[in-house]
Design a protein around this ligand. Sequence first.
Ligand code: COA
Length: 261
Amino acid sequence: MSNYETILVEKNEEGVATITINRPDKMNALNTKVHEEGVAALEELQKDDEVRVVVFTGAGDKSFIAGADISEFAGQTPVTQRAVFQQKTLFNSIDTFPKPVIAMINGFCLGGGCELALACDIRIASENAKLGQPEINLGIIPGGGGTQRLTKLVGDGMAMELILTGDMIDAEAAFDIGLVNSVYSAEELEEETMKLAKKIASKSPIALQMAKEAVKTASKSNLDEGLKREIDLFAITFSSEDKEEGVAAFLEKRKPEFKGK
Ligand code: COA
């Protein structure tokens, strides 16, 4: 793996890579460099067949990501800011990344941080996490997918309340509205997230990719288109050696060994 300035990238032997946003003195705020390096790291991890699942988290024990780096907003014009968000952002790179991505939310998860978590496939939070879209307090609105992905996940009413008030909610409230999948104590967060990531990493990488694409299609198309796409993706899994292995292992009453072929 390349060396990066603003992120740390680690891989374990069970196929899980962790990307840690490493600006703890700035609450891991997302500046341009983090976006560039995060996008580059995902491009590397996409090509790495050993990596089957990616986990995003923040350095330190206070913050996952406290939003876009507000200091970079000063002096931006509509034209320059639009260009920044039209470039390859980390939000879109995560959204289109073919392997499963989990957000391990270990503290403040605000603004662009919440949007990054929303672009991930699964969100696991620690009890001390605080989540929200506080952009309205700066006189702006979310621009990294927050108004769209949050609404699709939690529905219009809750998304409106979070976006219009800018209020932060705790992990338990986030769980209640479906914004996070599970909540653990700060001590258990990493172990439990890794347990989940390793379980997913043990499945067929081809089936994971098809499953992710199929589920994503549900929020990006209408039901008829989605059902058609699902059949195509389902059919593609029948071309894999992993499907033969999965079926054989079931019939032979043993654990399958998926190779991603
Ligand atoms: N962009 C840039 N810097 C940020 C930041 C952000 N989004 N969030 C925090 N920081 C910086 C602070 O400016 C401070 O830097 P300094 O030590 O050089 O002054 C450092 O991180 C620590 O933050 P601080 O505010 O002192 O910590 P806190 O515990 O009192 O409060 C937060 C934590 C997250 C509640 C608070 O920092 C905050 O509200 N951040 C902005 C959240 C936001 O509006 N995000 C959406 C942006 S669109």
